[in-house]
Structures are given as C-alpha cells and as structure tokens.
Design a protein around this ligand. Structure first.
Ligand SMILES: Cc1cc2nc3c(=O)[nH]c(=O)nc-3n(C[C@H](O)[C@H](O)[C@H](O)COP(=O)(O)OP(=O)(O)OC[C@H]3O[C@@H](n4cnc5c(N)ncnc54)[C@H](O)[C@@H]3O)c2cc1C
Length: 409
C-alpha cells in the first residue's frame, strides 16, 4: 500500500471530491501524524490530515539534497527518549541507526565537549585548577548529576563560582544572546535549565536510554505512519481555508467559539489542531512571540569537515551552530553537507516559521487568551509544539499524541 496524498486540495474539498471525514487533523508533523494513525487504526475513523506545507513530517522532514546527503530542512533532529512506549511505538514504523549525538563548542578555536563536563574542564583549565574543579564538583553534587548553569552560578564556593562564570561567559552567554536575542536572565528558567554542566565524562549530548536516527530518515517514518486506508493527507492546503469557527451570538473579541464549520457546514467530528492558535485566529490579539531561524546549507568536496555532528559557536560567528548531516545519517560519501543556523526575529511574515516560543508569564497569558476562545468546543483539541505554545522534543510530542488518542479512542 502507499499513502493517500493529494496536494493543493481546497477546491477538491469545496467541490466535495473529498468526502467529509470523521476526524480532521491540522498538521502532518509528529503530533498530527500519530493521532491520525491511532484514530484510523484503533477507532476505525476516516481521517483527513490537512498540511499547509508541500510535504509531510512537519519540522522533522528530511530529504536527499543534490549531493545525495539526507538533510533536515528545519534544523537537525536527533531522536532520544526515556519513554519505552514512545520508542516501541515508533519502532513499528522505522528501524533505527544506532547514533549517539556529540556536540562540541568552538571556544577560541578549540573544540570543547558540551554539555560542559569533566573532560571539558580538563581541556579548558590548567592541570592543577582542573583537578581542583573536578574534585569540588564531585564532592558537591556527586558523579552523574547535571547541574543547571544558573544553579552553579548561585553557589557561594569561589571555585565553583569561577567555573560557573567561565561556562557562563564561554558556553552560555554568547550562544543564548544569539539564540534568543536577550540576556540569559530574561529567558524562562525551564529553557535555561536545558544547558547543564555534567559531573561526569560522558561526551554524548543526550544520556537517554533510547537514542538514534530513523534508518531511512524521518520522511520515510512519516510515510509509514500515514499509510493507512482510513487516512487521506492533503498537503499544500491551509486549514484556514476549510475550517471556520462561529460564536453563536456571543459577542466581543474574547467571546468563545461555539461551533466548528468544515467547508462551510457544521462539523461535529473531532478536530485535532497542531498549528499556531494565533494564526488560526488571524492574530486577533496580536502575534504570539517566537524566535525564528535562517538556515544556510553548503556542500563541500570532503568526507567530513567537522569533528562530530554539531559544533556550537559560543564566542564567535553570527550563526549559533553548524551541523554536518553525514555524521547523523552515517552516509559514506566523498562529499558532505553542512548547515549553519542563524537565529532571527519572528514577525509572522509570509514564509517565516515560528520555531521557538518565547516562554514567559506575559506570553503565556497571551497564549491563554487565544486558548480560551476554544474552551467551549468539546470536539476541538490542541496538541503539539505550536498549538500548545511550548518547546517539546519529538518524543514528548509522540507521547502527548498517544495520550490524546487514548482519550479519544
Ligand atoms: C531547530 C530545531 C531542532 C530540533 N531538534 C530536535 C531534536 O534534535 N530532537 C527532538 O526530539 N526534537 C527536536 N526539535 C523539536 C521538534 O521539532 C518538535 O518536537 C516536533 O517538530 C513537534 O512536532 P509537532 O507536530 O508538534 O510540530 P511541527 O513538526 O511543527 O508540525 C506542525 C505542522 O502543522 C502545520 N500547520 C500549521 N498550521 C497549519 C494550517 N493552518 N494548515 C495546515 N497545516 C498547518 C505545519 O506546517 C507543520 O507541518 C527541534 C526543534 C527545532 C526548532
């Protein structure tokens, strides 16, 4: 069998060439595709997946470039999880290439492992100071702990504070300023906590039990997920052309929606929405704040140009990091493709992609105002990094999608 995929379908739906489904899903990323598969298979529902891009896979989409390198168009995606359920679930749709991601920071021309760990200390300080720091870290936190940079910085111990200041200046500050366009103090602690110092010698970027890359890439995984006789996928189709929301006489811009219309007819089936709520509401309360990214791809006539999958530029360059895809995919080629990442502001301009929600209390309230508009719609569900205005790794999204499907089945 193969996936039922049609492109630019607004007119087909309008002309009723596509039958009204039991379930409408907006977005063919992990959130939408997992719920689609589960409702199609477990609940025997007919599912229409509407995706505005011309491809499936959301931000995890990958494809072979002109040089034959499997590249990730929306930034490098490395799978890692502590959830056995998620790993076993995805393993139904892909085999895995064993891959343990490594990242180094280029600090004044030297490659230092990150997360900053005991090996990084020995590469960054003289022998005597490094030994002192290693001993003190182990005494204070115990081996294996991941200490968030903010916590380390608050220590009274001058030795640890010196280490914290070094890591803060050389690994964290420049990178975070580039990434968010702000100082680290202005960033939500849940984001800051993602940058730890590891009291150990494990140079892997992730320590999760299950890690790897889909053997034939993410797009092949999505093709397998969406390959079900109950699922139709419409790419190149913006859901806003087909879904409308009515307020049933409730007035005011905060008046909650009471009815969903699909192709101008009342729709009582489930709607799973994985896009941004502000976009769906035509930004009626203004744009939800995001950071965006520009990517620059370069193909070079060498086997490898970097020492590992990703190099972070924490004290120099305009880009935050460079990824070399052949490390991730394991492809043995005579050429290589790298990708530079340039963070930038987000103004919801055509073609601009909201990548990272800027999470703080004010922005959460802004999001909640949008969410409240949908509070009276029992058949409208939000799931995903955009719809929930959160940062989620892929495994978290798969887990949340499976839980939503459990509820709906
Ligand atoms: C640069 C970067 C690197 C990352 N690296 C990793 C990593 O290494 N490991 C990891 O686990 N996670 C990583 N992530 C997180 C990962 O991308 C997300 O967890 C995942 O993409 C979330 O899936 P999703 O379905 O919620 O969202 P998406 O993948 O964004 O899918 C949502 C889909 O909805 C579509 N859509 C939106 N609005 C509409 C509309 N109106 N009509 C039709 N379609 C619409 C969009 O086009 C999109 O395809 C990374 C994220 C970024 C930004």
């Amino acid at each position: 069998m193969s996936i039922k995929l049609i492109t630019e379908t607004e007119h087909l739906v309008r002309d009723k060439m596509i039958p009204v489904p039991d379930v409408v899903i907006v977005g063919a990323g992990f959130a939408g595709s997992v719920v689609a598969r589960e409702l199609a298979q477990r609940a025997d529902k007919t599912v229409l997946v509407i995706e505005k891009r011309r491809h499936i896979g959301g931000n995890a989409y990958d494809h072979l470039d002109a040089a034959g390198v499997l590249v990730h168009d929306y930034g490098p995606h490395i799978f890692h999880t502590e959830s056995q359920r998620v790993f076993e679930y995805l393993s139904r749709y892909t085999s895995w290439r064993d891959y343990q991601h490594q990242v180094v920071a280029n600090i004044h021309g030297r490659y230092i492992p990150v997360p900053f760990n005991l090996n990084s200390i020995e590469l960054s300080f003289d022998h005597y100071k490094a030994q002192q720091l290693v001993t003190r870290l182990i005494e204070t936190y115990g081996e294996g702990r991941k200490v968030p940079i903010i916590e380390l910085r608050d220590q009274a111990d001058p030795l640890l504070t010196e280490l914290a200041d070094y890591v803060y200046e050389n690994v964290f500050l420049g990178y975070t300023k580039k990434q968010w366009g702000v100082t680290p103090e202005e960033v939500d602690p849940s984001v800051t906590a993602r940058v730890p110092v590891l009291v150990g010698r494990d140079n892997r970027y992730f320590q999760d039990t299950w890690q790897g890359m889909p053997l034939n890439g993410y797009t092949a995984l999505f093709e397998a997920l969406l390959d079900h006789h109950n699922i139709t996928v419409c790419t190149g189709t913006d859901a806003r052309q087909l879904l409308r929301f009515e307020t049933n006489g409730k007035t005011g811009e905060d008046g909650p929606f009471t009815n969903i219309l699909f192709n101008d007819k009342p729709f009582n089936g489930e709607v799973i929405y994985t896009g941004a709520l502000d976009q769906l509401c035509e930004h009626r309360f203004g744009i939800l704040p995001y950071r965006s990214l520009d990517f620059e791809f370069k193909t070079l006539p060498v086997k490898h140009i970097l020492p590992c999958g990703t190099v972070n530029y924490t004290v120099s360059e305009e880009y935050t990091r460079i990824t070399e895809f052949t490390w991730l995919t394991g492809q043995d080629l005579d050429v290589t493709t790298i990708m530079e990442e340039y963070p930038c502001g987000y103004e919801a301009l055509p073609g601009q992609i909201p990548y990272y929600a800027i999470i703080n209390e004010e922005n959460n309230r802004h999001y909640q105002r949008y969410l409240a508009l949908f509070s009276e719609l029992a058949n409208f569900h939000v799931v995903g990094r955009l719809a929930e205005y959160r940062y989620y790794n892929m495994d978290h999204i798969v887990k949340r999608a499976l839980e939503l499907a459990d509820e709906l089945c």
